[in-house]
Each structure stands twice: as C-alpha cells, then as structure tokens.
Write a protein that binds this ligand. Sequence first.
Ligand code: HEC
Ligand code: HEC
Length: 415
Amino acid sequence: MLKKIILSLSILLMLIGCGGDNAYESTESTSTPITPTPTPEVSTQLTKAELGEQLFFDKNLSLTRNTSCSTCHDPDHAFMDTRFKATDANQSIFMHGALSVGDDGVSLGGRNTPTAAYAMFSPEFNATTVVGGQFHDGRAATLKDQAMRPPLDGAEMMMPDEESVIERIKENTEYVTAFKNLYGDTIFEDTEKAYNAMGEAIGNFEKTDLFAPFDSKYDVYVKCKEDGGKTSACLQAGNWSVDEQLGMDLFFSEANTNCASCHQLQNTSEVSGETFSNYKFENIGTPKNLATIKARFDLGQGESEVTDHGGLAQGAADGAIKVPTLRNVAVTGPYMHNGVFADLTTVLEFYEHLRGAGNKAINPETNAPWGETDVEDTINHELLQQGVELTDRKIEALEAFLKTLTDAKYESLIP
Ligand code: HEC
Ligand code: HEC
C-alpha cells in the first residue's frame, strides 16, 4: 500500500517533470530541429533515490531471488525483520526473531537486524573521534558503503561477487536505462563502478522522508511547544499524558536516569529532529544471547575493520556497540545487538540493574540472573550508575515516553 502511494507519487513527480520539459521545448520551437528528439521512456526519468527504491525492494539481487533489503527491513514494520516471532513454530531455530535468516532459508547472521529508519542521521564514521557509521559496530562508513555489503553477505543475500549482482541488474532493461542516464553510458563497462552506483542509489533512497517522517506523538508535542502553542498540532498534543510527561522528564534528566547522555544527539532536549542517539560506541554490558545457536563472542566496535580502535588504547573499543536510535523502539523488538531481550520493559529493568538496583537482579524473561557479557572491562559504569533507582511507576512512565517516539504509521503496531 505504502509502496503504491510512493510509486504513484513518483509518477506524479515524473509527470510534473515532463510538463516542465515540454514548456521549454515550445519556446525553442521557432528553429526547426534537424532530427526529432526521441521521447524519453518514463523510466529514464528516475532519480537516484527512485532507482534505489526499486533496488531496495528487488529480490533478484539475492542468490535464489527470495530476499531483498526489504525482507529484513520491512517498511510496514519500521524497517525491521518481522518474519519470525516468538509465536512461530521452530522458534529454537529462528531465535524469537533475534537473528535474521539468509536467502537460503537456513543461514543466520550473528546480530539482530536494526531498523534502517533514521539511519541516515548517523554521521559518516569518524575514526579519530570514533563516532557514527552504519552497523552495530560502525564498520561501514556511510549508507552507500553499507548498501554494498548485504548482496554479498554469506548469511544475507548470498550473491558470490559484484559481477553476478551487476548481471542481475542488467537483466532489467529499466535499470540499464536508469543506470546509464544517471551514471553515464559506459557505467556497465566497469563492474566496480556499477556496483558503487548501486550502493549510492540505495543509500540515496534511504535518505528520503519515508525513512524519517518525524511524525510521532513526541514530534507533535515538540512542534506545538516550538510554535508557542499556536498550531493545529497542539490540538493533537492535548492528549499528552501525565505518564508520558513524567517519562520524558526522567529521560532527559541527568540526575534521574542519565539516558540522554548517550541517547541524545542535540545539545537541547525536547527539540525537533532529535534521533535519540549520539552515535558513539558504548559498552553497556548486554548479556550474551545464549538462546541463539549462533551465540558468539562479539567485540562490537573492536572488531570493526574501519578503524584500528580509532587511536584509542588497544581493546578500548572492545564490546562497544553503536548507541541505537530510540525512534520506533516500541515496535522494533527484540532488543540489543544480539536480540537478547524480547520486551522493552526488560531493557528498562536491565538499566535499573546496571544502576545498582538490588530488586532488579533477575531477568524477568529468564527468571535467572542477567548473565555474563562478552567484554567486562570496558563497560561504562560511570555513565550507567548515574541517576537514582526508579520505582516501577517511573519505569512504566519511561516506557510510556519511549512509546511516543513511534512514527504515526506504526502506532497500531505498539504491543
Ligand atoms: C538477511 C537480513 C538482511 C538483509 C537482506 C539486509 N539486511 Fe540490513 N542489516 C541486517 C543486519 C543483521 C544488520 C546488522 C549487522 C551488523 O551490525 O553487523 C543490518 C544493518 C543494516 C543497516 C545499519 C543500520 C544501523 O543503524 O547501523 C542498514 C542501513 C541496512 N542494514 C540496510 C540494508 C540494505 C540497504 C540492504 C539491501 C542492500 C539490507 N540492509 C539487507 C540484516 C539484513
Ligand atoms: C552509556 C551509554 C548509554 C546510556 C546511559 C543509556 N543507553 Fe540505552 N543503549 C546504549 C547502547 C550502546 C545500546 C545498545 C546495546 C547493545 O546493542 O548491546 C543501548 C540500547 C538501548 C535500548 C535498546 C534499543 C534497541 O533497538 O535494541 C533501549 C530501549 C535503550 N537503550 C534505552 C535507554 C534508556 C531508557 C536509558 C536510560 C535509563 C538508556 N538507554 C541509557 C547506550 C546507553
């Protein structure tokens, strides 16, 4: 449905574009053209982002033609992989959706699929400050670099090499025309250039508003505040609840929770455009996910190939995971880089445990202690211990606030 709307929108835009061209030609028509200009096909009008959109949804870029980017990053579900849930049979294989299944139907990646929504706001990876990039460990510097990896990933789209991906692209005449128009007639003479072009087009699509509508309840609240209460948005913001307000106050309060020291991009709180991540890498001591067959020792940033620990002492980045956005977090479980927690409440209770709350020593999902993490030494206790122990009422309020970060179109998915 969503895709249909976008397609018709793109067609509309193309028509508008054509209108402009005709108007231009008519002023030139006084001089007789020697050869008539051929009418361009509709597909030749594709922008890079529109080409990227088609590639994002195209299963032909995978080995058995069963997997596209959207298989694991479903736009109807906040760009998450929702194929396997706790309610499915065979959960022991599919890990309650903690890990994604590759194109062969059996291969599993080693980490939980993050949302691709709002990913455009992670800055290009900076090896000196060790900030930004894509993936849980930041190993791809940009969206373009990221988009070039899944087709060749042995547990994702599983194509053998760049050339075979380009061959699949060349099967589609619309793609061929669009690539030549956008990247030059000789683009297919150089496989690497063509492959880079594919990455750029997909990356451009991921920078469109579809991935960042900023229309959650929180955004409505903030816009109302910024407009001094004058706009119609304020009428809707009227149903901002006491719990949501309390949760937001707690979230942005250094004295109470300190969440914002990692989950805030801008200097000022409660402003438009906040993505709820500073895009740094932190170790918060996430327990190993022993439920997954693929449970592995994960060094996070420390095993990323883009940086030799960014100049930090060897090992300082070990166990550090890129602070995730909290946009749409209520509908993007399971949580953490390894999908170890199914429920948002569990994540919040885990933070209480990290702060030292004696009554939160047990993981409510396993009824056992939280369990060991991959790398103990680099846990950021200093930031995690700040704040006060929260009552259960306050934890509920924090969760109510996190739910307001859900884009309008996903509100119905909130559990
Ligand atoms: C089989 C499932 C699967 C497929 C197919 C897939 N992804 Fe992903 N995606 C993942 C997983 C898992 C990660 C995290 C991997 C990691 O951090 O090591 C990820 C990470 C990402 C990220 C990084 C988000 C962030 O916040 O760091 C982006 C962006 C992304 N994928 C886009 C794409 C695009 C574009 C495609 C198609 C070219 C694609 N994915 C295909 C599973 C998938
Ligand atoms: C020291 C930095 C830091 C602080 C402080 C912090 N977080 Fe996090 N948060 C992280 C990192 C890093 C992750 C990812 C950990 C992982 O994947 O193993 C994370 C993950 C999460 C997740 C799961 C997101 C997902 O998509 O899997 C939620 C929810 C969350 N944090 C909320 C909060 C709240 C609420 C607070 C305050 C009570 C808070 N965080 C405080 C760094 C921090």
